[in-house]
Each structure stands twice: as C-alpha cells, then as structure tokens.
Design a protein around this ligand. Structure first.
Ligand SMILES: Cc1ncc(C[n+]2csc(CCOP(=O)(O)OP(=O)(O)O)c2C)c(N)n1
Ligand SMILES: [Mg+2]
Length: 326
C-alpha cells in the first residue's frame, strides 16, 4: 500500500498517543486514582486509528467499553477524556460517565452503554435518522467478538440489511470475550461472514496493519455514504492486558501473548517508516516527545481538577428540572 508519508506520520502520532494514554491510565488505576472498571485497548491502536481516519464531522460513533482511543480520535481534547476517566468535573461528562461512558455529542461521540450489543440498536436509530434526513452521515458502531453472540447483533443486522442503513460495523476481534476464546464461542473463524444472512457484506482484515484497516474502513464508509448500506469490517487483533485492569489473564498462554506483542501495530508502522527512510529516528522521537508533553499536560489537568460535588450528582436526573435533594 502506498499511503503518503505525512499521513503515516499522523497515524504514528495517533497510535503512540493512544498507547501512552492507556499506559498512563493503567499506572494511575494501580495507584487508586481511577474509579470503577478500566478496560484497556493496548495492542488495538491500529484498529482504532485506521477506522477513525474515515470519520468526518457530522458522523456518529458508538465506542465500546475498550475505546478510549476512539474517544480521542473524534477530536475531544486529551485533557477532557482523561479527566472523565479520573471522574473529575472537567471531564467530557462532568465525571458522571467514567471510563466506559465518555461521550461528546457535539463531536458525534454518542457514548457507550454497559450492555454489550445494546448500542447496535442505537446505531440503527442514528443511521435511520440520517437516511430519512438525507444528511449523508455515517454511523460507526464498535463491537467486540463477544458481542456477536448477542441477540441485538442479529436484530440490528437484520434492520441494517433490509433498510440499507449507513452503518460501518467495526468488529474488533481480539480473540477473547473476557476469558472465552472467540474460536470456542462462534462456529465461524471469520466473524465478518455473520452478516451474509442479512445481506450485510463483511471483510476480515489484519487489525494490526493500520493501512489495511484504513483501506477497509474507507471502502465501507464510502459505501454507506453512497446509500448502499452497512458493512462489517472485522479487525483481527489482540488485547495485551487482561479484560480489565487488574485481571491477571491467566487463561491465556504466555507464548500467545508474546507472539502478539511481536506483532505490535506501532512497532510495525515504526519499521515501515524507518526502513525506506521515510522518517529517521530523530523525527519519530520528536513525535513521541510531543505526545508525552500532551499526556503529561492532561495528567496534571486531571489530577488537579476538582471532583464533582453531591449537588452535581443530582443534576441531569430529569430533563429540564433540577433535583435539589431536599
Ligand atoms: C449483555 C451483557 N452481557 C455480559 C456483559 C459483561 N461483559 C462485559 S465486556 C464482556 C466481554 C466482551 O467481549 P468482546 O465483545 O469480545 O469485547 P472485548 O472485551 O474483547 O473488547 C462481557 C461478557 C455485559 N456488559 N453485557
Ligand atoms: Mg473480544
């Protein structure tokens, strides 16, 4: 593939940003700063960056529970995403959502729902609205391999198929749903084929190759924008950590984890940039240093920001009416 140098450097910065963001979150979860569960997407950066390269203003995205990187890719400032995960008042949702519910409506991030697969129904609604209003907006729906076994998966694909809804299903197949191997849970190895019963075409792609992901996502997005309907892009990748931060992941053989770390999507792009001398070490180091400054700024902002007050917890409970607690 012949992606130009500037675009590849942009992908490199974005992937390093997500990796450093996730590592910083993990470090601070261990120190007790982060309330609630934290699901990290370390190892899945190419899937997030490559897909979101086709996201445009006016589009919608429904991230899943492992999607801090997706939340960053819609353009929400790193400070606000991080502060939300820290549960602070300055976060995207005033600290009410936390890691799994970072939403930024004005940028098209409609947010996640803790119930696997439920956002697939929401995606149908958003896509139907766009179709009726003729806005050309595309809905990006992130799901994992585990979600394929849910009823909503089939119900939603049926609607998307019959109504030709403008949806890109981003099926991140990282091989596991908590401790259950995808190959033990589903009869098909390539889950993209699940759409054929609903006339929703699918493609299975190496999810650690950012250029391959970008190409597949672009084709699916163009197809949706043309009015030709939904596509599933299945991105085969691996989560390096356990299901949540603190899960020892003893259900996975060490050699398997090691082999996938060798296939690191960031290392791969780094080598691609260095070998034909598209970029030198100094240029990549400058990008990494720049990312580090952004991460440290967001971290200081998040730690220094105030926590929500009890009164804050009572606002937005009812539309148009404040609850005073009295
Ligand atoms: C309906 C429902 N069942 C179970 C859960 C608990 N749960 C949270 S994440 C998860 C696994 C999801 O696996 P997958 O879709 O492959 O995503 P991954 O965690 O691998 O990114 C489960 C079972 C849930 N949130 N909702
Ligand atoms: Mg999974």
């Amino acid at each position: 593939m012949s992606t130009d140098k500037q675009t590849l450097l942009d992908y490199y910065r974005k992937m390093v940003l997500i990796r450093r963001f996730e590592e910083t979150m993990e470090e601070h979860a261990r120190k007790g700063y982060i309330p609630g569960f934290l699901h990290l997407g370390i190892g899945q950066e190419a899937a997030q960056v490559g897909t979101m390269a086709s996201f445009q203003p006016g589009d919608y995205v429904l991230p899943d529970h492992r999607s801090h990187g997706v939340c960053l890719m819609v353009g929400t400032p790193t400070r606000e995403v991080m502060a939300e995960i820290f549960g602070k008042k300055t976060g995207t949702n005033g600290g009410r959502g936390g890691s799994m519910h970072v939403a930024d409506f004005k940028r098209g991030n409609v947010g996640n729902n803790a119930i696997q697969g439920s956002t697939m129904a929401t995606a149908c609604g958003l896509a139907l609205a766009a179709q009726v209003k003729k806005t050309k907006s595309v809905t990006f729906e992130f799901i994992g391999d585990g979600t394929v076994g849910r009823g909503e998966f089939h119900e939603s694909l049926n609607l998307a198929g019959i109504w030709k809804l403008p949806i890109v299903y981003v099926l991140v197949n990282n091989g596991y749903a908590i401790s259950t191997r995808a190959t033990d849970a589903h009869p098909l190895a390539d889950l993209a084929k699940m759409g054929c019963a609903y006339k929703v075409p699918g493609i299975t792609v190496d999810g650690n190759d950012v250029e391959a992901v970008q190409a597949a996502a672009k084709e699916a997005t163009d197809r949706a924008r043309r009015g030709d309907g939904a596509t599933i892009i299945e991105l085969k990748t691996y989560r390096w950590q356990g299901h949540f931060s603190g899960d020892p992941a003893s259900y996975r053989p060490e050699e398997e984890v090691k082999a996938w770390k060798e296939k690191c999507p960031i290392k791969r792009l780094r080598e691609k940039l260095l070998k034909p001398k598209m970029a030198d070490e100094a240029a990549l180091k400058a990008i990494e240093d720049d990312v580090e400054r952004e991460i440290q700024d967001a971290l200081k902002f998040s730690i220094d920001s105030p926590a929500p007050t009890i009164a804050d917890a009572l606002s937005f409970v009812y539309v148009g009416r404040e609850v005073t607690g009295k």
